[in-house]
Design a protein around this ligand. Structure first.
Ligand code: P6P
Length: 328
């Protein structure tokens, strides 16, 4: 389809040839994100910067915009008759929508919110599953592996407000035209280069990493004089959406690995509404996504807010890191 096609037309046309596509729900999510973008752009002008003075189920301090974004998604998507229930990083349990709905929506309403106060890119991450039975949805219905996702994506609120999604037919990218209020197609079937010279990890945690991660990063830092025989660049935005968007645009590898600070915690990021949706996008774009040893999208889902170690991006780099984790 041609550049400039609206998201609504694009996804509606896709749904005509593939009834599995949750078109109505994707449009509801996109419309909610337009409203979130308006709030994010206002920032201090709307008095919505800073902490809400409450904590979420993760034990993290909620920013005012976390709650505003969550409420916008509940309100906008709750009216969608195809949606059975929602789950969010900001809510302990599920939020019922329409008992007759066939889809389940999971989201991190505003990922990277520590960047809100300093005007650095943040984003909304979403994942859509199918309800596997008739009638009201329960929390158990959400506990499906990443392979079961029927759609996933994010909206990054940065210099542009850009929506990236997949329904398993490749990865498409749309940018919000503030004149018309429409997301317009800018790129189809995005593919990530298998090799890269750019890695993203929070280097301040180096002393806590497991050996395979330390080995990989040390080899990157050794540059052209080392075993990799090339120099690497490092980026860390502390906003997964922004780091993943960069990787979809120019390749790279993103790591938030398990570390020794809290050995019982498998990782910082959440499987259901961060790692699974981003892994779907990355794999659809020809990349790879593992928890170190295993493919993330094949992992069983045991709890709504379970955490996972994440290594994703350019396939050859992820394969090398996985090899190190497997002791090869
Ligand atoms: P750190 C944001 O809070 C987030 O969940 C991801 O978006 C981001 O990649 C990571 O945490 C940043 O974590 O420990 O570097 O602040």
């Amino acid at each position: 389809m041609s550049q400039g096609t609206t998201f609504t037309k694009y996804i509606s046309d896709c749904a005509k040839s593939n009834p599995e596509v949750p078109a109505s729900l994707l449009i509801s999510v996109a419309n909610a994100c337009k409203l979130i973008a308006k709030q994010v752009e206002q920032g201090a002008l709307a008095g919505i910067i800073g902490s809400a003075g409450s904590g979420n189920v993760q034990g993290e301090t909620q920013q005012k915009l976390d709650i505003i974004s969550n409420d916008i998604l509940l309100e906008a998507c709750g009216k969608d008759m195809t949606l059975a229930a929602m789950a969010s990083e900001e809510m302990e349990t599920i939020f019922p929508a329409n008992d007759a709905g066939q889809f389940l929506l999971l989201f991190d309403p505003l990922d990277g919110s520590s960047n809100i106060d300093v005007n650095v890119s943040i984003g909304t991450i979403f994942s859509i599953l199918k309800k596997q039975h008739q009638g009201p949805a329960s929390e158990k219905d959400f506990l499906q592996s990443g392979n079961a996702q029927v759609a996933a994506g994010y909206v990054v609120y940065g210099p542009q407000t850009t929506l990236v999604y997949t329904t398993g037919q490749g990865v498409q990218m749309f940018t919000l035209d503030h004149e018309t209020g429409e997301f317009l197609l800018i790129k189809e079937n995005i593919q990530i280069s298998a090799d890269t010279k750019e890695f993203a990890i929070n280097m301040s945690n180096m002393r806590h990493w497991d050996e395979p991660v330390k080995r990989y990063v040390d080899e990157c830092l050794a540059g052209v004089e080392g075993t990799r025989q090339k120099d690497f660049n490092m980026r860390w935005i502390a906003s997964m959406v922004a780091d993943v968007h960069r990787i979809l645009c120019r390749g790279g590898v993103f790591m938030y690995p398990w570390d020794k600070r809290d050995p019982k915690k498998p990782g910082k990021l959440r499987l259901m509404y961060e790692a699974n949706p981003m892994s779907f996008l990355i794999e659809q774009a020809g990349g790879a996504s593992v928890n170190g040893k295993e493919r993330i999208m094949s992992l069983p889902s045991e709890q709504l807010h379970q955490r996972v170690s994440v290594v994703l991006g350019s396939k050859n780099e992820v394969d090398l890191i996985q090899k190190y984790h497997l002791g090869k």
